[in-house]
Write a protein that binds this ligand. Structure first.
Ligand code: TRP
Length: 330
């Protein structure tokens, strides 16, 4: 079975955009591939987060992904910092990563601009750590968004370079696995095209019924159509697109007809939309609460995932050590 690797950036809580984008696709992939999913908490150190937030964030994210259906029996799910083997591979890859190419990556330049007082070496070598995450598992497929293309390019380059330098055919070049076909784009509630661009346009999986309702009722609309069958402006189309995702086709058609004959009342439509979003989100929200309430269980799941990941990792490290020329010890 092909090995899939993906790192989850521990930034904030999951929203519906994440859910219908990557998360649901991950849940599907775990049935078809040998998946290794991890929470990239080492990567997050590039911004110097407060120690109090690190573990809590990782466990919150773990609970959310489990609630969405990631299954520790089907996939290897772990927290990156529980698998120290990745650091050894990171070191080896760093020895063959050049300052010039690292400095030229757009994500580095962007981060350096965002945090000019903290242009640290971890930021610079981020692509090497990401490549180590993938190559440690000898992953061949990596589901990532477009923004990660350059990092994937680097991972392939590091894999090739390792093979060339040592005259081996050890690492396969990992391929980006586009989620485009599986992901559904959820519109933002502020009229922007996509949920997640800003905090204000997100419905989080943890949001309760009242919060969902409040956010949906606040969504931008216009004064309504005056001509029958007129084209929907973006803000209105967004609401319909949302409805298409969470409501039944009958409900969607009902409001589409009301729009087309100019008798739509957006308040009614939003009420229905809020109810349908809540119906969708409520079971997930309940499972998040259950997982979060049982920290021992989360710890057990994380430990089991780390053990499995480390088994795979140990094999790679042993082989890489041999290739590089280390013979002592094992
Ligand atoms: N860089 C990825 C992001 O920002 C997260 C990540 C870290 C990752 N290591 C990875 C993704 C390995 C895929 C494979 O989203």
């Amino acid at each position: 079975m092909e090995i899939v690797v993906s790192g989850i950036r521990p930034t904030g809580n999951l929203h519906l955009g994440n859910y219908f984008g990557a998360v649901r696709a991950f849940v599907q992939m775990q049935r078809e591939y040998d998946c290794r999913f991890f929470i990239a908490d080492w990567h997050s150190l590039t911004t110097h987060p407060h120690p109090d937030n690190i573990v809590r964030n990782a466990y919150t994210i773990l609970a959310e992904y489990l609630a969405c259906g990631l299954d520790p029996e089907q996939a290897t799910i772990y927290i990156q910092s529980d698998v120290p083997e990745v650091l050894e591979l990171y070191l080896y890859l760093n020895m063959n990563a050049y300052l010039g190419e690292l400095e030229r990556t757009t994500s580095f330049k962007e981060k350096a601009r965002q945090q000019p007082d903290n242009v640290n070496a971890g930021l610079l070598t981020y692509p090497a750590l990401m490549a180590a995450d993938i190559l440690l598992h000898k992953g061949v497929k990596v589901p990532v968004g477009k923004d990660q293309e350059q990092n994937m390019e680097m991972a392939r380059k590091f894999a090739r370079r390792f093979n060339t330098i040592y005259g081996v055919d050890y690492f396969a070049e990992p391929q980006s696995y586009s989620l485009a076909g599986k992901a559904v784009k959820v519109p933002g509630l502020d009229g922007s095209g996509k949920m997640g661009k800003s905090d204000g346009n997100c419905i989080y999986l943890m949001d309760d019924e009242k919060t969902i309702s409040k956010k949906v009722m606040k969504a931008v609309t216009d004064s309504g159509p005056t001509e029958p069958n007129s084209e929907k402006p973006d803000v209105i189309q967004n609401l319909f697109t949302f409805m298409e995702i969470v409501s039944t086709p009958e409900v969607y058609q009902h409001f589409d007809e009301l729009y087309n004959n100019c008798s739509i009342r957006y308040g009614d439509m939003k009420k229905q939309l809020a109810a349908d979003i809540n119906a969708y989100a409520a079971p997930i929200r309940e499972r998040i609460a259950e997982f979060s309430a049982d920290q021992d269980q989360l710890r057990r799941i994380a430990r089991q995932g780390a053990e499995r990941a480390r088994e795979h990792a140990a094999k790679t490290i042993e082989e890489v050590r041999r290739i590089i020329g280390f013979r002592s010890g094992k």
